[in-house]
Design a protein around this ligand. Structure first.
Ligand code: NIG
Ligand code: FE
Length: 408
C-alpha cells in the first residue's frame, strides 16, 4: 500500500449527484489530506495525520503545496490525424464561409487526405505527441475517435493505431469508431449505402479485434440525416456497441435522435433549442459541451447552464481536432465555459471528471473515493479555487495514473 501526500486540499467530488446543478458548498474538501492506494485503486482518503499513523508500505511525500483533484477525463477527442488546417482557420477568422473554405480544399476532407497518406507509424507518432500534452494538462483518461479514414481499410488503420498507442502511454485511451463522420468524396454510392457498408464490412472487424466498444455518428445537414443515422445506430447497438452522437452542432437534430435511441451521450449541442435541452435533461443521456469547438469556430457555447438547471448531466470535453478545435487544452476551455455559462466550480470539476467518466460508461474513476482508480492531478496552490481563477494557466505539477506518478 502506498500513501501519497500531504496535499493542502483534496477535492474529492464525493457524493455529488450525476445529474443537475451542484453548488460549491456541496464540494468535499479535505484540508491537509492524503490518499492511500493499493494495487492501483484508492483504499482510503482522509486527514494526513490519521493516514500517516496507519498502515502503508511506501510513502510518496509531497513537499510543496498542492491541491489534488481526480485525474481529468477528456471524453471526446479526434487526436489521431494527419496534417493540420491552419489555412481553414485563417480563412475562417477572416470571415470566409464554410463553402469557400471547402472550395479552397479545406474541411474534414483535407484531414482525411492527409490521414490516409500518413503511414501508421507517422499517425502513431503524432498521436503520442498529443497524448504527452494531454498528460501535461492532467488528463488520465482520453477518448480518441477514428473518422478521418472513411473507408474500411483506413478506419481500421486509425483504430489499430489508437490500439497501438495504448502500449506506449500510461493514460487510458478509449477508442470510438467514427466511420460515420461524413461520406467520403471518393465513395460512389449514397449516404445510406456508405453506412450499410460500414455496418457490414467494418464494424464486425472492429468487434472481433476489440478495436472500439463505441460508435459515433455526425448527425447534421451535410453529414448524415436523422433518418440515415437512426438505423445505423440501432444496428450498431444490436451488435453490442455503446453509442454516442455529434449532435445539434449547427442545427437542431441529433439530440432528439440520441434520446430516442438511448445513446450514452450527445456531444456539441451548440444549436440546441430549449426544447432539445429539456428533453435531454429529462433523459439519461449525457450532454457534452465542447467549448474548444465553440472557440475554434467562433460559435455559441453549449447552453450548459440551462442543461444543468433543467436537471441534466453535463460533461465537458476538448473535441481536440485539426479543424474545429485545434487548441487542445481542456482545462483552459472548461474555465472559459464556466465564466461564459456561469457554471460553479463544482459543476465544472464534475464535468471534467465523474460526469465525463459516465459519458464513457465508466464508473470506476472520476472521484477520490475508496474503490476508484488512483487517478489524480495536482496543482501548485493551497486553494482549489485558483484552478479556475487562473483560467487554465495554472498547470498541473503532478499527475498520477493508477497510483503511479506519470508527470511532475
Ligand atoms: O467534432 N463536427 C464534426 N466533427 C468534428 C470536426 C472535425 C473536423 O473539422 O476535422 C467536430 O467538431
Ligand atoms: Fe468531435
Amino acid at each position: 500500500m502506498k500513501l501519497i501526500g500531504p496535499f493542502q486540499q483534496l477535492v474529492t467530488l464525493k457524493g455529488l449527484v450525476l445529474k443537475g446543478a451542484i453548488k460549491d458548498d456541496e464540494l468535499e474538501v479535505i484540508e491537509y489530506g492524503g490518499i492511500l492506494v493499493d494495487d492501483e485503486v484508492i483504499v482510503q482518503v482522509g486527514p494526513w495525520a490519521e493516514l500517516k499513523s496507519g498502515d502503508f508500505d511506501e510513502l510518496e511525500e509531497i513537499t510543496s503545496p498542492m491541491v489534488a483533484l481526480p485525474g481529468l477525463i477528456d471524453s471526446h477527442t479526434h487526436i489521431c490525424f494527419g496534417g493540420t488546417r491552419e489555412r481553414d482557420y485563417a480563412m475562417r477568422i477572416a470571415g470566409k464561409s464554410y463553402l469557400e473554405i471547402a472550395k479552397a480544399g479545406g474541411g474534414i476532407w483535407d484531414t482525411v487526405t492527409h490521414t490516409r497518406a500518413a503511414s501508421a507509424n507517422d499517425l502513431l507518432e503524432g498521436m503520442l505527441q498529443r497524448i504527452s500534452r494531454q498528460i501535461l494538462y492532467g488528463i488520465t483518461t482520453c477518448e480518441v475517435k477514428s473518422g478521418y479514414g472513411l473507408s474500411v481499410e483506413e478506419e481500421l488503420k486509425m483504430l489499430r493505431t489508437i490500439q497501438k498507442a495504448q502500449q506506449s502511454t500510461p493514460i487510458e485511451l478509449v477508442a470510438t469508431c467514427l466511420a460515420a463522420h461524413t461520406k467520403p468524396r471518393d465513395f460512389p454510392g449514397t449516404n445510406q449505402e456508405y453506412l450499410t457498408l460500414m455496418l457490414s464490412d467494418l464494424l464486425p472487424t472492429v468487434k472481433a479485434e476489440s478495436l472500439a466498444q463505441r460508435i459515433d455518428i455526425f448527425t447534421e445537414e451535410g453529414a448524415f440525416t436523422v433518418a440515415e443515422s437512426q438505423p445505423y445506430l440501432e444496428t450498431a447497438k444490436s451488435m453490442g456497441f455503446d453509442l454516442t452522437i455529434h449532435g445539434d452542432q449547427f442545427s437542431s437534430c441529433g439530440s432528439e435522435l440520441g434520446v430516442n435511441v438511448g445513446v450514452r451521450s450527445v456531444d456539441h449541442l451548440e444549436a440546441s433549442t430549449e426544447k432539445d435541452i429539456l428533453r435531454l435533461a429529462k433523459s439519461d443521456v449525457i450532454g457534452t459541451a465542447l467549448p474548444g469547438a465553440s472557440l475554434g469556430l467562433g460559435c455559441p457555447f453549449t447552453p450548459a447552464r440551462q442543461l444543468l438547471d433543467q436537471g441534466g448531466c453535463l460533461a465537458i470535453a476538448s473535441d481536440w481536432n485539426p479543424g474545429s478545435a485545434p487548441m487542445g487544452d481542456l482545462l483552459t476551455q472548461a474555465a472559459i465555459l464556466s465564466t461564459m455559462e456561469k457554471l460553479s466550480t463544482a459543476e465544472t470539476f464534475a464535468g471534467l471528471t465523474f460526469r465525463a467518466a459516465a459519458a464513457l460508461g465508466l464508473t470506476d474513476r472520476g472521484q477520490l473515493t475508496p474503490g476508484k482508480m488512483g487517478d489524480l492531478v495536482a496543482f501548485p496552490t493551497s486553494d482549489y479555487r485558483d484552478i479556475l481563477y487562473y483560467q487554465g494557466q495554472m498547470k498541473p505539477v503532478g499527475t498520477w495514473k493508477n497510483g503511479t506518478r506519470i508527470h511532475g
